[in-house]
Design a protein around this ligand. Structure first.
Ligand code: BGC
Length: 512
């Protein structure tokens, strides 16, 4: 079943995150010099890869006009494309090219803050009486002890010489928090959604969306620590839900099941569940408690169970994610062993709900070691953002030395090399994604966790009447309660075999 035939399409679709700077570079247009930074034409030229892989949608990290203090998460114009990525016409072309391939497109909406170069902020800081004077969170004396994320632990209240007041910046100095208590701010931000919905995008990933409501009177409970992304009471307040319902209403004005995916960085399944509302807030929310689970059967089972226990009664669709542009890639987080990365991928793609992939995880990429003099990110997240190696040659399919270095494995671990290897992790992702398309029960079927022994080494579940998914994270084979036929395995040579045990450090999808 393709995403477009499912209703709504985002339930059980697979979304592939593209971090545009690091995905692919288009050939330089006449007279221009290649810069080694990925762009929109590069994405368009590599859609074959995305389509071949078998995902249903792409999410583009921000491509809007930006001084790039936080590489696009500091937006200076929500309704235009930064020249480093191309033009508005390039984005329209990309959306059309994706739609022609039945791929949906999500953009990254950054509502909590703008760049300090945004004309709104430039005007706001110019005096205490201008028309946008109260579009940001200004004060004479900081009302609380909040800390910023970049650099971690700096004060979140930034003194501004021009206006002679402090402004709130939960992230970098160059990212000023908007004041969503001001109805004009909300109206302006909702218009930016309409701008893109009118151009045909299928939805948005909404950056730190739980932060659009804040209780400035609450202190950070442990004061000294930067917790802007964590589960803190002042970022989880009632007013946010009213705002989310109005955001949702904008998406509902449009045909075609436009989707809102919340980056709600609360590491607690119950807290995140509230952001689905009564089916009238966000359609989907990231589940970071799952992302941060160790590769332990016991922990994974507990977090999956907690997630489903809170979401099922709401009829809300779970999401699953292992890697993104902010955290060390999951292969590295789990010790570097590709066997574990493969098992985690097989699980990610067979849980009930909507999985999110991050570009490069299909290659089994691990974070690159970035020498100090090449670090550019204020949050030092450069390693997980190293560029995709498309080929084995020196530039790896790029047109100039890239903005960040490649990982040391790139000469052998690149798209060309892995596409030609039937036993590669890339082929595994492809095979699971294509099996999902043939086997509806792996997407929509019932889900039942099954405890097999030893419970601390094995994660097992059934999907529908027919399917078993078994991850054996331990060092001994694990006996199955019945004989099954392997459809996909994380090790070569097992497909089609009838087995009654799963070998050590192996995962399978198998049918009865
Ligand atoms: C994004 C980060 C960004 C931050 C501030 C997030 O959670 O994913 O990359 O730095 O929000 O916008």
């Amino acid at each position: 079943m393709s995403a477009t035939s499912r209703n709504p399409w985002w339930r059980g679709s697979v979304v592939y995150q593209i971090y545009p700077r690091s995905f692919a570079e288009g050939p330089p247009v006449s007279g221009a010099i290649a810069d080694g930074v990925g762009d929109l034409r590069g994405i368009r030229e590599h859609l074959d890869h995305v389509e071949w892989l078998g995902v249903d949608a792409i999410w583009l990290s921000p491509v809007f006009t930006s001084p790039m203090a936080d590489f696009g998460y500091d937006v200076a114009d929500y309704c235009d494309v930064d020249p480093v990525f191309g033009t508005l016409a390039d984005l329209d072309d990309l959306v059309a090219a994706c739609h022609a391939r039945e791929l949906k497109v999500l953009l990254d909406w950054v509502p909590n803050h703008t760049s300090t170069a945004h004309p709104w902020f430039v005007e706001s800081r110019s005096s205490r009486t201008n028309a946008k004077a109260d579009w940001y969170v200004w004060c004479d004396e900081p009302p609380n002890n909040w800390k910023a994320s970049f650099p971690r632990g700096d004060d979140a209240w930034q003194w501004d010489e021009v206006r002679g007041q402090y402004y709130l910046r939960s992230f970098a100095v160059e990212q000023a928090d908007l004041d969503w208590n001001n109805p004009d701010v909300e109206a302006a931000m909702l218009d930016t959604l309409r701008f893109w919905l009118d151009r045909g995008v299928d939805g948005f990933r909404m950056d730190v969306i739980h932060m659009i409501g804040k209780d400035l009177h609450q202190q950070d409970p442990d004061g000294a620590v930067a917790r802007a992304w964590s589960h803190v009471p002042y970022n989880d307040v009632e007013v946010t839900h009213e705002r989310l319902r109005r955001i949702r209403a904008v998406l509902d004005e449009y045909p075609g099941d436009r989707v809102a995916v919340g980056e709600v960085y609360l590491l607690d399944e119950t807290a995140v569940a509230r952001y689905y509302g009564d089916g009238d807030e966000l359609h989907l929310n990231f589940n970071f408690s799952f992302l941060w689970a160790p590769a332990s059967a016991t922990e994974l089972r507990a977090r999956i169970r907690r997630t489903l226990d809170v979401l099922e009664p709401l009829g809300a669709c779970p999401t699953w994610v292992l890697s993104n542009h902010d955290v060390p890639r999951h292969r590295g987080r789990h010790g570097g062993d590709e066997r574990v990365a493969r098992m985690m991928a097989l699980m990610l793609l067979t849980l009930p709900g909507t999985p999110f992939l991050y570009q490069g995880e299909e290659l089994g990429m691990i974070d690159a070691d970035i020498p100090d003099d090449r670090v550019v990110d204020p949050g030092r997240r450069d390693g997980c953002r190293s560029p995709i190696p498309w080929t084995g040659d020196e530039l790896h399919g790029w047109y100039a030395p890239t903005w960040l270095p490649f990982g040391v494995e790139a000469p052998g671990r690149n798209v060309d090399a892995l596409r030609g290897d039937p036993g590669s992790i890339l082929q595994l992702y492809h095979d699971v994604l294509h099996l999902r398309r043939r086997a509806d029960d792996l997407v929509d079927g019932s889900f039942e966790l099954v405890e097999l022994e030893p419970a601390d080494a094995v994660l097992a579940y059934r999907r529908g009447e027919r399917w078993w998914v078994v991850l054996n994270l331990g060092d001994e084979p694990v006996a199955l309660p019945e004989t099954v036929e392997v459809a996909v395995a994380t090790v070569p040579g097992m497909v089609g075999a009838r087995i009654d045990a799963v070998p050590a450090r192996t995962a399978v999808i198998a049918s009865r």
